[in-house]
Design a protein around this ligand. Sequence first.
Ligand code: FMN
Length: 346
Amino acid sequence: MASNQRFRSIRVCYNFDMSSRNKNPDMFRNFRVMLAPMAGFSDSSFRAVCRSLGADATVSEMISVKALRLGDKKSPLLMKFTEAERPFGIQLFGADPDDIAYGAGYAEKNFSPDFIDINMGCPAPKITGSGAGSKLMTDPVLSGEIVAAAVSAVSVPVTCKIRAGYHETSADSFSVILEQNGASCIFVHGRTRDRMYSPPVDLDIIKKVKEAVSIPVLGNGDITSAQDAVQMISKTSCDGVMVGRGCLGDPFLFGRIKAALNGLPVPDEPSLEEKMDTLIRQARAAVEEKGESLAMREMRKQAVYYFRGINGAAALRADCVKLETLDDLAYLCKRALALRSFYGKT
Ligand SMILES: Cc1cc2nc3c(=O)[nH]c(=O)nc-3n(C[C@H](O)[C@H](O)[C@H](O)COP(=O)(O)O)c2cc1C
């Protein structure tokens, strides 16, 4: 062990006080199904839609504490949210405990989220290259120090979103260190960093994390149906699930999962009218927040998902890349409905 690592280890143990550091873990036991953070997708407008359709909580896109500290103007914009998105967490990434403490304190003071989440799962080389994201899973001591720094800087709970491991699965022993340093909940994406997004998700490691810690654990990865969510919970005993790609263009998935988890009949898939109404609602909220030009450019990739599986979708999706205004989108939605009348029910 390098001497600086040993020093860090001693510092973490010195700060250790379990009774007061894992703040309000019970809040997370109510999160049976929540929206996963997705940079470029889970903005305020999408989060509000997901929450209104059954997601129990939402998280911001990841925000660089280094950039924030250097005065980047875009980072605070990513922290903005509306009351409709609560319970809401601001997700930070970085590899320096002081930067993380600064970012967490800044987020709490200026935006009052319900929790701060630390990204320990991002596999992208531009993030891992700086030692952040999933790279932190190769340095449990530094990771513990990062959690402890965030916990000391804010009054709200601090959570960690991790992967199964970096090269090898290590999430269970890693989570124990996060818990000891004050994390209130762990979100586990059941794939190592090396496996990026390739299936299948390792349910066994999610189960091991749940067994290793007493704070709540939410499982994540490849949930695209109510049945997937029920299966993840029954096979891992995790407290809830976090849904990412499966809800893109289908935020109604949260309602279906919620019903299944409550033992109720799972609602049918939404009608095309409901889908188009929801897409327009999301776009309106995005325009209100960001202005039409930026919002509609960003809505292009979201709209593609809403048009998935519709007859004639290829032409509609091709036109999504040209969206400039809300009127353009309303016209595309009308075309989708007209195509449905032409081809019959989709
Ligand atoms: C486009 C995209 C952006 C993502 N951005 C983030 C992010 O900002 N923070 C994070 O912790 N995870 C991020 N993730 C990972 C997801 O939160 C989630 O862990 C992963 O997609 C697996 O879940 P899923 O199979 O339900 O999509 C992102 C994933 C995707 C596909």
